[in-house]
Design a protein around this ligand. Sequence first.
Ligand SMILES: Nc1ncnc2c1ncn2[C@@H]1O[C@H](COP(=O)(O)OP(=O)(O)OP(=O)(O)O)[C@@H](O)[C@H]1O
Ligand SMILES: [Mg+2]
Length: 413
Amino acid sequence: MQKKIISELGKKDIFRILFESAGEGLVLVDSEGRILLVNPRIEELFQYKDYELIGRHIEILVPESLRDKHIHHREGYTSHPRKRSMMGTDLLGQRRDGSTFPVEVSLNYFRAEDELLIMGLITDNTERRKAQMELQKLNTELEERVLRRTQELADAIRDLELSNKSLEKAQEEVRNALDKEKELSELKSRFVSTASHEFRTPLATILSSVSLIGKYTGESEAGKREKHITRIKSAVHNMKAILNDFLNVEKLEEGKVLNLPQTFSLREFMEELADELQTLCKPGQEIRYEHHGEGDLVTLDPRLLKNIMLNLLSNAIKFSPEESVVELLSLVTPDRVSVTVRDSGIGISQEDQEHLFQRFFRAKNSINIQGTGLGLNIVRSYVELMGGEISFSSQLNSGTTFIVELPSHTLHP
Ligand SMILES: Nc1ncnc2c1ncn2[C@@H]1O[C@H](COP(=O)(O)OP(=O)(O)OP(=O)(O)O)[C@@H](O)[C@H]1O
Ligand SMILES: [Mg+2]
């Protein structure tokens, strides 16, 4: 059946039909580049008609700016002809009206009667190029979207990291609060055992003094009664001091101790303090006070300073023998206040000096002397709260000196 149709039409006719109805443009040129034959599709693509192209150079179909280059290429091809398809390159064709459009070109060659003939197959690439451009545009958009999403993702991750950090911070705060709570409860239980131990001595003193007072009923025994009443007072004072220490530590821990400076005379303050503490002194002990400096007005928190001085002076009294002098010196300069407490007592060994300000620390040589080991820890906290510094020097068995330096804005009258 197929054979029959072909033989009826004749081969030449078939080729003519194929040539004329082909969707691609076909062009035949000689070795000089002259057009020998075009199919109607070429005329349609390049807007020529009625054999106008025949005999013209193939360059007529090439944009003017590219013609020289094309001649060069064509000559190269003619000297080394080969089958070649030029797809995907940005080839352009030029229509009769000068407008250009993208094309795809396949080349082949053959020889007829010794003449090299070149056949070109030209396809209009407009649609394909459009599709390509569309695809490229979509690709670019897609890339942009991916980029945007990546950025959004990075932002989200950063936000997440930030909230993670604040979560960690909150955790840290909770942990710190818990640690503090734990420390405080340890402090409390430690205090209970220390206090119950430290309370035993003054309570025993009170008990024995009270029962003795009961026995000294006579007129002549008033002196003895008085002695025991003084003992009771001092024992109560001790217990009060221990309780105060503990309450002070708790307040410090909770940040409830405030530094509230006011202006007062340091000399009067110290004189009163020395008087007050004279009652605590052992027989023959004396607190000797001296003030140096031009004025004596200072601006400091008097309650904090009193606590500091009470602790330092009661230590000096406690850790030095009867018949000794406790020196108390104050110095006021325009911007600093310095207070020195010097005793000639048991001193502190080099080894113990390192731990002196630790809570509950007591030096080996003071085990038999009453105390909880809270005093200096509180003193240091108060000094720091007032923006000052505390230092000391000590020699075992010969004495100890504590120096407190505080910033103060002295007001001259
Ligand atoms: N002037 C001093 N001379 C010798 N040792 C001292 C002196 N001051 C302090 N120390 C030593 O430092 C330790 C700690 O002093 P701190 O004032 O903190 O405790 P404390 O006096 O024993 O008890 P608290 O003051 O709580 O009643 C004392 O136990 C003592 O060993
Ligand atoms: Mg003390």
